[in-house]
Each structure stands twice: as structure tokens, then as C-alpha cells.
Design a protein around this ligand. Sequence first.
Ligand code: CP
Ligand code: NVA
Length: 310
Amino acid sequence: APVMAGRDFLSNLDMTAAELRAVMDTAHSMKRGEWRGVKPLTGLSLALVFEKSSLRTRTTFDVGMYQLGGHAITLSNTEIGLGTRERVSDVARNLERWVDGVMGRVYLQQTLHELADHAAISVINGLSDMLHPAQLLADYQTIEEEFGPDLRGKRVVYIGDGNNLANSHIHMGILTGSDVTIVTPVGYEPNAGVLMDAVDSGTRITLTRDLAAIEGADVLYTDVWISMGMEAEADIRRRAFRGYQVTPGMLDTLAPEGIFLHCLPAHYGEETVPEATEHPKSRVFDQAENRLHAQKALLYHLLGDTKPRW
Ligand code: CP
Ligand code: NVA
């Protein structure tokens, strides 16, 4: 049965460890094909609102709704002008009359909270400046495929920019007990509020600028140095992150069973090189595939109890 019925998913901390376990179990089962022909979201619609570009998030939420019997409608910001053509709160009060959930890819996390505050339907974070929680569901599905469901003490090392991905990694450390290390240059550390979430929960997160932390890692993860919307800082950032590139040589220093993950898109020549995403330790394309399975599981657990209103 759905474990998060009707709720919002703006952060991984919007779920408990037990709810995450249920979503992961469903995701693995969906990937094994055990839900073929099962259509729990028949008659339901999800709006996909994009302030920024997307390949994976757009495709997997759309195909995921279709495979579960529902329907998705993509709204680009040139069409709806969130906050410019119309107030965010009014967009929320319109969408809730027609659709059963909204996924938003937005500049500001605050925009998602504003949508959620003014719409009774589920709001799902499809990436903000602060967090990318749906991505982390696919990431941990991929990690579980390698190491099994008990990740306590597994060394997950994130290297690069202390951005939305780094922040969501900290949240997953809180939820799963994985041993999270964030390696960034000085001045590019994760969000202070997210670090406080770790302190409040009694979870130890290691912050360092020392690349030696990578040695023996079970999971090495990186993301772009210049996130969408940060293009004006490109030159400063390329200089600041020099030396933090994930190379095949770096992958050779991981644990024997260690794996390399990247949420993609990759900016080759910056945070990594094609020889790393194509390396035997790379799981990045399985990880991309898992966006579909993990989000279908999430959609089932959020919307699976919703009755079509028509
Ligand atoms: N990883 C990810 O969210 O990819 P897109 O930006 O293509 O959706
Ligand atoms: N940190 C990147 C992730 C893209 C999926 C960005 O925000 O652009």
C-alpha cells in the first residue's frame, strides 16, 4: 500500500527511513518487471513544471506516469511564466483544480514551498538550487544494487561543488546511515541549513578539501562545477575546482568493489572525463535508468491512493 499518500516530496527528509525502505523495495520490484501491466495511477495526471532544462527528469516522470496508467503534461516556463506571467500561488491554485500532482524543477527551493502551501495536491521537487531528492532515490537504488539494502558505514564520497546534489547526499546519510564525506574547495561547502539537519539528527558528515578522502571509497560521486543558472561564475569556478576532476586513475583507488556515480549531464573536461563514465567501475547509465524505476515507486507511494476526480 502507498506509504506517503497525498504528501509533498520537497526533500529526502520529507520521508522517514522506513518510508525510504518501502520506496526502494518498490523500485527494485518495478525494475524486475513485477509491476508489468499494473496501473495504480489510472485516471491521474501530473503537471511537470520546468524553469530549467532537463533530459532525464522530464523523460522519466513522463514515461513513469504513462507506465503506471496515468498521464503527464509538461509546462515550460516560456509557457507559464512562474512568478512573472502569474503569481506562483495562483499557478498552484489553478493546477490543483485539474491535476493530481505537480513536479517542479525550479531555481528557488522557496518556489516549491510556495506551490505546496497553495495547492492541496502533492508537490514533488524535480531539482532546486538547494536539493535534488528524486535523483538521490535513483542513486541509492543503484548503490543498493551493488551493496544490498544495509548501507550503514558504507563510504559515500561526493567530490566537487557543495551544491544541490551534495546537500541531498547529506540527507541520505541521515536516512540510511551511510558514511558521507563531502570533498570541496574552500568556499564551496554544502548549505549550512542542511549541515544543521545532520547535526540535529546526530549524523556525522565529514567535510574536507583533501582528495585523500577518496581512497578506499565504496561510492565516488561527482556533479558539474557550474550548475544551471551559475554560468556567469564559470571562469572563477573552473579555477577554484582545478584538481577536483574525477579521472580513471582516481577510480583505481576506490575500494575493490567501489563504484562511480554522476547524476548527469556531464561537463566533460571539467568535473570528469569520458574515460571515467565509461570505466568498468562506472554505473552512471544504470543510475540514469533507475531514475525511471525509483520515480515510478515514488509516484506510486505519493499518488497511489488518489481517486480520479472525474
Ligand atoms: N540528472 C538530472 O536531473 O538530469 P536532467 O537535468 O537531464 O533532468
Ligand atoms: N547541479 C546540477 C545538477 C543537474 C542535474 C544543476 O543544478 O544544474
